[in-house]
Ligand binder design. Structure first.
Ligand code: SF4
Ligand code: SF4
Length: 452
């Protein structure tokens, strides 16, 4: 069969065949890795995206045959370990994705490998499972008294060294504080606005708070509610929300993803069918509902209904603006904003809606950096990956400090975890960051002149 270079058709994606026992057949997965790695070795376009591709190409270049067939299959797992499933290679680089006959899906092949690894058990399984249990960690860590102890412990150098040795969390990786006032139990009730549907947007918003906003940075959630209220959009919180499942997916723990899906989807599907827009302020959680769950459950009508109703907040605001229903009565300029597009937003293919929105604010210059920060969820805090995470992010740290207008007034990323990783990298490079990190939703609240 001849195959042309690249594909002229729009990329599609095949469902994840995760219920098929063959999905977990190690020898079949290794054979598929050999096929895909061979195509990648001949292409090498993705060499600068992450550390998975350099790891693969170094293995090939060090082999006797200088080809993939010379690489010991045991070493394939080194490539798998370096992939944090950002999806950027699939969505932005690879010309061989379906419908191209080579049918290449590098991230989902890595996910399959991770699922096999997870079933077999790895030496770090305990640590990885604990880190990815964001909902459970949040519930435990926000218990009064415990929360103060947890927050203090993360600042203690001796305990951090101990934590690195015992549980494998890098001693200098940024870790979030836990709040004493979780967002969901402290959110203001929605004022009684009438819902005004637009052509592109439902006029009422259900907020999927996310574990990070609920337990770590509730201010982002409160700011979102203030912006909705300012725009006279009635809102509600999703009832009994559980983790979206992305941290479990990144680990290859698909059974836990399934359990979380069964908790969330019935409630979200009801909201979708009742005409609510569902907004998740963390891109990874939005991506889970927009892409990963629909690919895991292609025939599940509830999952597909949720997919159709799910919005990134700025995707919603821009669509609302196009509907003529977003206020632009901005009271405060933002000045120089260094803005990082999170990978999990980039791969949603909705365009740069955050930049578009912030640029509506007068006297605001948004400098956009569209490159991986290296944080990658829980991956970047693990002791074996943290240094690599800083290395991957170095170009982003530099660009975020170099706003064309001079020193930035604000540092912002749609992914607040990436934002913290970026400020950590900037601090290591001696760049000022004090008081500059703010989530784009917080910037929008400030621009409207709304009080904290
Ligand atoms: S999904 Fe992201 S981390 Fe994984 S190989 Fe592709 S670019 Fe690298
Ligand atoms: S994933 Fe695609 S674009 Fe990237 S190196 Fe492999 S073949 Fe090339």
């Amino acid at each position: 069969m001849t195959a042309r270079e690249g594909s002229l058709e729009a990329p599609t994606r095949h469902p994840l065949d995760w219920k098929n026992p063959e999905f977990y057949d190690e020898s079949k997965a290794l054979a598929e890795m050999e096929r895909v790695f061979d195509i990648c070795h001949g292409c090498r376009r993705c060499v600068s995206l992450c550390n998975a591709f350099p790891t693969l190409f170094d293995l090939v270049d060090a082999s006797e045959s200088l080809e993939v067939d010379g690489v010991d299959k045991k070493d394939y797992w080194k490539v798998v370990d370096q992939c944090y499933l950002c999806d950027v290679c699939y969505m932005t680089k690879c010309p061989y994705v379906p419908p191209h006959p080579w049918n290449l899906d590098f991230p989902h092949l890595m996910l399959r490998a991770k699922a096999i690894q997870f079933k077999q058990g790895t030496p770090t399984k305990l640590r990885d499972t604990a880190l990815s249990s964001t909902d459970r960690n949040g519930k435990l860590a926000t218990i009064p008294v415990v929360v103060q102890l947890v927050n203090k412990a993360k600042e203690n150098a001796t305990l951090r060294q101990f934590g690195e040795k015992s549980v494998g969390v890098h001693h200098s990786a940024w870790l979030p504080d836990f709040t004493t006032k979780p967002f969901r139990s402290h959110a203001a009730a929605s004022p009684a606005h009438a819902a005004t549907d637009g052509q592109r947007t439902p006029g009422k918003v259900a907020v999927f708070a996310t574990c990070f906003v609920n337990y770590n940075e509730p201010g982002i959630g409160h700011d979102l509610l203030k912006v909705l209220d300012h725009n006279q959009i009635p809102y509600s919180l999703v009832e009994k929300e559980a983790c979206c499942g992305m941290p479990k997916l990144e680990l290859g723990d698909l059974e836990s993803v399934d359990a979380l899906k069964r908790k969330n989807i019935p409630k979200l599907a009801k909201l979708a069918r009742d005409g609510w827009a569902i907004v998740a302020p963390i891109p990874s959680c939005g991506l889970m509902f927009k892409q990963e769950l629909p690919l895991m459950y292609p025939d599940d009508a509830d999952v597909q209904a949720v997919k159709a109703a799910m919005f990134d907040p700025f995707e919603y605001f821009v669509a609302r603006h196009k509907d003529g229903l977003l206020k632009t009565d901005f009271a405060q300029p933002l000045g120089k904003v260094s803005y990082h597009v999170a990978c999990h937003l980039r791969v949603q293919n909705v365009g740069q809606k955050t930049r578009e929105t912030l640029q509506m604010v007068p006297d605001t210059q948004v400098n956009t950096i569209e490159r991986c920060s290296g944080h990658a969820g829980t991956w970047g805090v693990k002791k074996e990956f943290h240094e690599t995470a800083l290395k991957i992010g170095r170009p982003v740290f530099r660009q975020m400090a170099e706003h064309p207008g001079g020193e930035p007034d604000w540092i912002a990323s749609d992914c607040q975890l990436a934002g913290h990783h970026i400020t950590q990298g900037m601090q290591i490079a001696g760049k000022p960051t004090e008081g500059k990190l703010a989530h784009p939703i917080t910037l929008l609240r400030i621009a409207y002149g709304l009080k904290e």
